[in-house]
Design a protein around this ligand. Structure first.
Ligand code: ZN
Length: 267
């Protein structure tokens, strides 16, 4: 997938749901990720909703749970996704950002029900604390693959400075896309942002073998310091090294758990 004349090429559902909920031309500088807090599998429900004249909201792109991509307007048109917002002191984030709405319920209650009373199967529940709620719908892998293709195309075409969540630009007011997307956002920053401190993937040597922890070490769900802690590995424990996905992080197996640890505490 790439972008031609500010439009995604296939397999995006090319502007079939063209919305009038938009403003003038903008120069996209950041990408803002959202969840829709809604159901549906292919994203068409939300694409329709955000295209209705009575809906005072929109986004450039909607991605369904099955990975369907809906583009609702040219990517350099101003969408209404961020509302009251600011990024690095600049308000009105809609005027310099591309919004991607990802179909997902967001926070769930302790029994796994969404705000609309829909039960999310256990296999799609994500444990992670943010402002109280500790259970969320997990983003689907097909869906994240689609979002990553959209982000890659956008970062190729525009001079994108940052990839953030709605909660980052509207703190306190919004909590989407929530902790279930933290690891993915970190990964996207590492892959696509010029100024992100990364040494380049080609320099990462696939790691193998066993190492020992030099301190009590958190085993995390993702290679990210804000990611969910699965367990704390005691000092002096052996872990099996699976790979080094990012500089400074190792994916390891500890007992029957697989997760990520900061590599400098291994010897
Ligand atoms: Zn949002």
């Amino acid at each position: 997938m790439k972008i031609e004349n500010h439009n995604l090429t296939a397999p995006a559902s090319h502007n079939k749901k063209a919305t009038k909920n938009k403003g003038g031309v903008i120069t996209p500088k950041i990408i803002v990720l959202h969840y829709t807090a809604s159901g549906g599998e292919d994203g068409s429900g939300d694409a329709d909703y955000l295209s209705r004249a009575t809906t005072r909201a929109s986004a450039q792109v909607v991605v369904g749970r099955e990975g369907d991509i809906h583009q609702l307007m040219p990517l350099n048109n101003r969408a209404w996704h961020a509302g009251e917002s600011a990024y690095k002191g600049k308000s009105d984030v809609n005027s310099f950002s591309i919004g991607i709405e990802i179909d997902n319920w967001g926070w769930l209650n302790n029994e796994g029900y969404s705000h609309a009373g829909v039960k999310v199967p256990e296999e799609f529940q994500f444990k992670g604390t943010r402002n109280g709620p500790s259970l969320w719908e997990a983003y689907r892998s097909e869906q994240l693959e689609a979002v990553s293709q959209v982000i890659a195309a956008i970062c190729d075409y525009y001079d994108i400075e940052d990839i953030v969540g709605h909660e980052d630009v509207s703190p306190g007011r919004k909590q989407d896309p929530g902790p279930a997307l933290d690891g993915f956002i970190s990964q996207m920053k590492k892959e696509h942002l010029k100024d992100f401190p990364v040494e380049g993937k080609s320099q990462i040597i696939p790691a193998k073998g066993t190492k020992k922890t030099t301190t009590g070490l958190n085993l995390r769900q993702d290679a990210d310091k804000t990611s969910l802690i699965l367990t704390t590995i005691p000092k002096g424990s052996s872990v099996e090294i699976l790979k080094e996905p990012y500089p400074g992080w190792f994916q390891v197996r500890f007992g029957n758990r697989i997760g990520f640890v900061v590599g400098k505490y291994l010897t």
